[in-house]
Design a protein around this ligand. Structure first.
Ligand code: PLP
Length: 732
């Protein structure tokens, strides 16, 4: 029996003691009633503890709570919220239960290196993690039986500071686990649940915690335990460490330890989904398990493949996860005998030649070979992946390589501005959230009066400006920044000017500096007195990515240049909270990747949902979403091999579209009511066409119907055949 224990560290009045239950289930993240409750209790404290309900409830003043238990209006809201939460948790009539009544006892395991669920839980770095987090939330909403596995990092992802000369500094701040809504998992003797794996010359232990994401559970492993080697204690310190030996130990733990953790906790998933190759070792552990039950290697591999799903996110060979063979020898010498394999047969299974002539063990190859279901994350990325991995299927034509695509989406409840949600409830029907992936429902977007839509859009931009000024003021008050850094933080922004957002990881292929290519032309566009334009940049560079950091410096230099009049801004420390303000508050969302490097991208999908218009290279999701009327394209569908030529062509296209289409449309002579009717028509077209197609609801349903379902059925049929075989002694 597993005991689940939630530390009861809050001093809450009985009448509202269930605020603690809300704090310990991340359901609250996508149900804005809950943060509204917390804000009503004490909005300053809520902001001060960075929207972390565990810290909030620990710090909140008991006298204030005593006051509220006599406040009829507050109690009414509290009761309704608790009721909504309880109904959600107890609901048995879900999309899944209605669609797959025969699969109700099945379970899918979902593995990922990172999970982005909320800004107060820094166990994510960026897009991959947020996709995983959104996936869990939607699986919960749809009632899909899913359990997830990942890491609890000691430091989380770094916090970014930009010096006056534009250099990124990374600070690693340890996370206090008592501040997180972690559920302790204990065995019958009240000892913490641990798993162990064998590493060369030592045993590694990991403690397992649980996070509740609505109806879905996320198991997080952590190795900073006294019983571990000092070096192993650091294994779960950080995301994306460059040290290969630490990295292989991490991935050993994620894949092999992760499967053991699920077993330890009594889960019996039949289907395993590897989100990117970091968890691919799980395929080896599953093979070993089947062989321990008496299957031959071939049969075991067959069984594993039939029930494994692999999603690749990496469109360039160099970005893939690979280990040098000496490390594989060191870490797997004890493992291959368990599979009855020789060293060479084991290594050859996933061996790749590297561009410099060496050899390595490839995690995606391992994952591809031991999964019958494989996908890229957009249509174009699917094509690129088929080409990239076609060497694994030498007899097939490239278009027949068995890798499909499911385009990424976003979790609507998480990314939608509350005010926009109120509009949707009023004009799309109060149950609109149940039908997000239905394009017909979104036709009703036309019913929203322009005046109401425009009011919400203006409100969201003002909110963004207030947010930026508040941050700048705090920085000015508490740290010794140079005055120009305060200007760079956005204090000179105008809440009525056309505002462009560019926020993403600073990697060179994303070309944050493309818009700076013709510097003088940009100055003219930005400082046009009648039609000013402002640009907000944000994003982190990986600490080991020097060119990425130089790119930040180049952008920061422009931001500080007085000739832009303070209309260019760089916001430091991009995270999910800032992303919400930006995707909801700016008018135009800019994305300029070098094709086809942006496998999908999702921030533009968040923008579209909130009525922000996309202006992007036709790469990733936007190549599928753009219809000529719902935003703008940069460049066309041609790809040039020469980078400089491509950059030049794209930059020219960018400036021309900005000058001739976007800026005039925004400022166009407004009608008597003062509304930019044509701009708003474009906003409505964008929401109508993009919100359903690029929702997590559409995406997770697609994973379910196209990948999970067939895999679940195979395992069900096999289980049935096994039981008939057991009963009759005959092979079916
Ligand atoms: C959505 C999001 C991302 C991923 O979006 P991209 O379009 O891939 O850049 C990255 N970081 C944060 C904080 C996000 O919210």
């Amino acid at each position: 029996m597993i005991k689940r224990e939630v530390p009861n560290s809050f001093d809450l009045p009985r009448r509202i003691r269930r605020l603690a239950d809300l704090a310990y289930n991340l359901w609250w993240v996508w149900n804005p009633e809950v943060p509204r409750l917390f804000k009503e209790i004490n909005s300053i404290l809520w902001d001060d503890c960075y929207h972390n309900p565990v810290v909030f409830l620990r710090k909140v003043d008991r006298a204030r709570l005593n006051q509220l238990i006599n406040d009829r209006y507050f109690l009414d809201k509290y009761d309704r919220t608790i009721h909504k939460f309880d109904s959600y948790m107890a609901e048995t009539d879900t999309w899944y239960s209605r669609t797959y009544p025969d699969l109700k006892d099945e379970l899918v395991a979902y593995f990922s290196f990172e999970f982005g669920l909320h800004e107060s839980l820094m166990v994510y770095a960026g897009g991959l993690g947020i996709l995983s987090g959104d996936h869990l939330k939607e699986a919960s909403d749809l009632g899909i039986p899913l359990v997830a596995v990942g890491f609890l990092y000691t430091y989380g992802y770094f916090s970014q500071h930009i010096t006056e000369d534009g250099w990124q500094e990374a600070n690693n701040i340890p996370i206090n686990f008592d501040d997180l809504p972690l559920v302790s998992l204990l065995d019958e003797n009240s000892e913490p649940i641990r798993v162990s794996i064998d590493l060369p010359g030592r045993k590694l232990y990991a403690r397992v915690y649980e996070l509740q994401v609505g109806r879905v559970k996320l198991c997080l492993m952590h190795t900073n335990l006294v019983e571990n080697d000092p070096k192993d204690r650091q294994l779960t310190d950080r995301l994306y460490i460059s040290d290969l030996e630490l990295r292989i130990s991490q991935e050993f733990l994620l894949g092999i330890g992760g499967v053991r953790a699920l077993r330890e906790l009594g889960y019996a998933p039949t289907v395993f989904h590897m989100n990117e190759g970091h968890s691919a070792f799980l395929a080896l552990e599953r093979t070993r398990e089947f062989m321990a039950q008496g299957l031959s290697l071939e049969d075991a591999q067959e069984k594993v493949s039939q029930t494994n799903i692999f999603t690749t996110h990496t469109p360039v060979s160099a970005g893939n996860d690979e280990f040098p063979l000496w490390l594989m020898d060191k870490y797997f010498a004890q493992f291959w005998p368990e599979l009855g394999l020789s060293r060479d047969d084991f290594i050859d299974f996933a061996k790749v030649e590297q561009s410099w002539g060496g050899e390595a063990f490839s995690m995606p190859v391992l994952a591809m070979k031991l999964s019958n279901y494989r996908n890229g994350v957009s249509e174009l990325h699917g094509e690129v992946a088929r080409k990239m991995w076609s060497f694994l299927w030498p007899k097939l034509k490239v278009e027949d390589v068995p890798i499909t695509h499911i385009t990424n989406g976003i979790h609507t409840g998480t990314w939608l501005a509350r005010r926009m949600g109120i509009l949707f409830s009023r004009y799309l029907g109060s149950d609109w959230i149940e039908h997000i992936d239905n394009p017909d429902m979104w036709l009703q977007i036309e019913n929203i009066p322009d005046v109401e839509l425009w009011r919400v859009r203006r409100h969201l931009k003002r909110k963004l400006v207030v947010y930026m000024v508040g941050r700048a003021r705090k920085q000015w008050l508490t740290t010794r920044v140079h005055p120009v850094q305060t200007v760079a933080s956005g204090v000179l922004l105008d809440p009525y000017a056309l505002t462009i957002g560019f926020a993403r990881r600073f990697a060179t292929y994303k070309r944050a500096n493309l818009i700076l290519r013709d510097y003088e032309r940009l100055i003219r566009i930005v400082t046009n007195e009648r039609m000013p334009v402002q640009i907000i940049f944000a994003g982190k560079a990986h600490p080991a990515d020097e060119p990425g950091k130089l790119l930040i410096q180049e952008v920061y230099r422009a931001v500080k240049d007085a000739r832009f009049g303070g209309r260019l801004v760089f916001l430091e420390n991009y995270d999910m909270n800032m992303a919400s303000y930006l995707v909801q508050g700016v008018d135009v969302w800019l994305n300029t990747p070098r094709r086809p490097r942006e496998a999908s991208g999702t921030s533009g999908e968040k923008a579209a949902l909130n009525g922000t218009l996309n202006f992007s290279v036709l790469d990733g999701w936007w190549r599928e979403g753009y219809n000529g009327k719902n935003g703008w394209a940069i460049g066309d569908d041609t790809e040039r091999t020469d980078h400089d030529q491509q950059d030049e062509a794209d930059a020219i296209s960018l400036y021309e579209t900005l000058e001739n289409e976007i800026v005039p449309l925004y400022y166009k002579q407004r009608s008597a009511d003062g509304l930019p009717a044509e701009w708003l028509a474009c906003v409505k077209e964008s929401i109508r066409t993009l919100a359903p197609q690029f929702s997590m609801q559409r995406m997770v349903k697609e994973y379910m119907t196209r990948l999970y379902q067939p895999a679940l059925r195979v395992s069900k049929i096999e289980a049935l055949e096994d039981s008939i075989e057991d009963a009759t002694g005959e092979e079916v």
